[in-house]
Every structure is written in structure tokens, then in C-alpha cells.
Design a protein around this ligand. Structure first.
Ligand SMILES: N[C@H](CCC[C@H](N)C(=O)O)C(=O)O
Length: 269
């Protein structure tokens, strides 16, 4: 590459990210630079940024940032793109490996077909709560997937929700650090449809941790502790398995471009 800042663009079920290789941790990734990178007019456009860091000890680390510049503990779709990048660079092998996140280390499997399976850790149901969206209200299940979720199973067809006009209201006593809100329809046994309003982003076409929360909420409502489901999101489909002490997410990961940010543009931020 030249003298600019190297980047890649990728997505997991159309939840899209700017990937910033930064093995030695030299990039000063400020909130303003994250917001500029994610801006779909003045920047590259993305739901978030994945900075790729090689710690002194431990596996490659995913420094995830939301489009508003905020930091989140975990990003399920982001991990799949992060793994796809590391495999494409020969930094981890196809097959099984481990990566680091703010929510802890995660075991991953990079499959030959381009999909990635991520051990997402436990999907911990920690209560119930409700949310309003415009004039409508929804009851949901609070789920910790490393980051906070309110997953609302509803008979209201999720396609009818206006997530551009309306922003979900939530109980700050239950979610003091904000929350990702999922709206979930049950299509059949083991088949869900979901839309999501993400903390720090807004509506996205998919949310990996959100699909885990959606399946956990569905199982909670049917009195089951374990199970599996496919989840249709606007950006595609993923598969989720909820076990007693962990959960797994499997889905596609695409790297579509590689380039260089103009150094003067970067320095001016
Ligand atoms: N907005 C989320 C982080 C990104 C999660 C999502 N993109 C995923 O794939 O899990 C939060 O603030 O907790």
C-alpha cells in the first residue's frame, strides 16, 4: 500500500463494516474518525468499524466500534468478517481458531464455503421489559450476549414497522447503557424473522448478537432452555443454536473491497 491508511470493506448478512488492519496499534481511532468512516455521504459508509489488533499476548483482537463512535462489547456479524479477513491474509487457518473481543475470547470455525461459525458464549436471559415504537408497544426478553438486547417476539409483521421514522423507547433502569431492540416473528418451529434497531447505529439489515437474543427470547417464551433456529433478517439468513452454557452463530462473511484512505483526509479529522 501507499502512504494512506489501509482499509477493507466487508459485510455479514449486509451488516457492513470498515476493516482497519492495525497490528501494532498505531492508529489513533477517535470517535470522530469512526463517525466519518461510517458516514454514507462523507465517508466510506458502514454500520461499524473493526480495528484488527495483534496484542502482545493472546489472539488477534477485534476492536469494534458502532457507527456513532461508541464502543460495544461484541459484534456477531463483525466477528465473521474479522475472521474472513484474518483467513484471507493467512493470519489464521481455515477451520478452527480463537479470536479476542471485549466480551472475551471466542472460538470460531472458518468453513471452506465462506461461512463462519462463532461460539457466541452464553445468551443470558436476565429479565423481561417492554419498549414503545411510535404508538405501538412490545413486550420483550432482556438478553445479555456480551452486549445488551431486548428481543420482542410479536405477531405484528415486522415488515410493517417503521424503524426509520420511529426510535424504540426503553427502560433505562433495565438497560442503563442502552440496548439493541429486536422485533421477532415466529414463522414456524425453528424459523424466525427479525428486524433490529441497533444501539449506536439505528436499523441495520442484520445483527448477529441480536439473532442469538431473538432465538433465546423465542425459546424463553416456549419454556425451553435449549434449541436452534434459522433467523431471516433483511440482509439474509443465519443459523443459531442455544445450548445450556453457550450459543453459536453461523452465517456468511464477505470481503468486497480493499483500498487506502487518503492520509490528508484522515489527518484532518
Ligand atoms: N450495536 C451493537 C454492537 C453491534 C452488534 C451487531 N452488529 C452484531 O452483529 O452483533 C451494540 O451497541 O451492542
Amino acid at each position: 500500500m501507499g502512504v494512506g491508511v489501509e482499509f477493507l470493506k466487508g459485510h455479514g448478512t449486509e451488516n457492513d463494516f470498515v476493516v482497519l488492519p492495525d497490528p501494532d496499534g498505531l492508529l489513533d481511532l477517535t470517535e470522530e474518525r469512526v463517525r466519518a468512516l461510517c458516514d454514507r455521504q462523507r465517508g466510506l459508509g458502514a454500520d461499524g468499524v473493526l480495528r484488527v489488533v495483534r496484542p502482545d499476548f493472546g489472539p488477534w483482537f477485534m476492536d469494534y466500534r458502532n457507527a456513532d463512535g461508541s464502543i460495544a462489547e461484541m459484534c456477531g456479524n463483525g466477528v465473521r468478517v474479522f475472521v474472513r479477513y484474518l483467513v484471507s491474509e493467512g493470519l489464521i487457518p481455515t477451520g478452527e481458531s480463537t479470536i479476542g473481543t471485549r466480551a472475551g475470547q471466542r472460538h470460531v470455525i472458518a468453513h471452506e464455503d465462506g461461512t463462519v461459525t462463532v461460539d457466541m458464549g452464553p445468551a443470558r436471559v436476565f429479565g423481561t421489559s417492554s419498549t414503545t415504537l411510535g404508538a405501538a408497544s412490545f413486550d420483550g426478553v432482556a438478553v445479555d450476549v456480551g452486549n445488551p438486547h431486548l428481543a420482542c417476539v410479536t405477531t405484528t409483521p415486522v415488515a410493517t414497522l417503521d424503524l426509520l421514522r420511529d426510535t424504540p423507547e426503553f427502560d433505562a433502569a433495565v438497560f442503563p447503557n442502552g440496548v439493541n431492540v429486536e422485533y421477532v416473528n415466529v414463522l414456524g418451529d425453528g424459523a424466525l424473522r427479525m428486524r433490529v434497531h441497533e444501539r449506536g447505529v439505528g436499523e441495520t439489515r442484520s445483527c448477529g448478537t441480536g439473532t442469538v437474543a431473538a432465538v433465546a427470547s423465542w425459546l424463553h417464551g416456549t419454556g425451553q432452555r435449549t434449541g436452534k433456529a434459522t433467523v431471516d433478517v433483511p440482509g439474509g439468513q443465519v443459523s443459531v443454536v442455544i445450548e445450556e452454557d453457550t450459543s453459536t452463530l453461523t452465517g456468511p462473511a464477505v470481503l468486497l473491497a480493499r483500498g487506502e484512505l487518503d492520509q490528508a483526509w484522515w489527518d484532518a479529522l
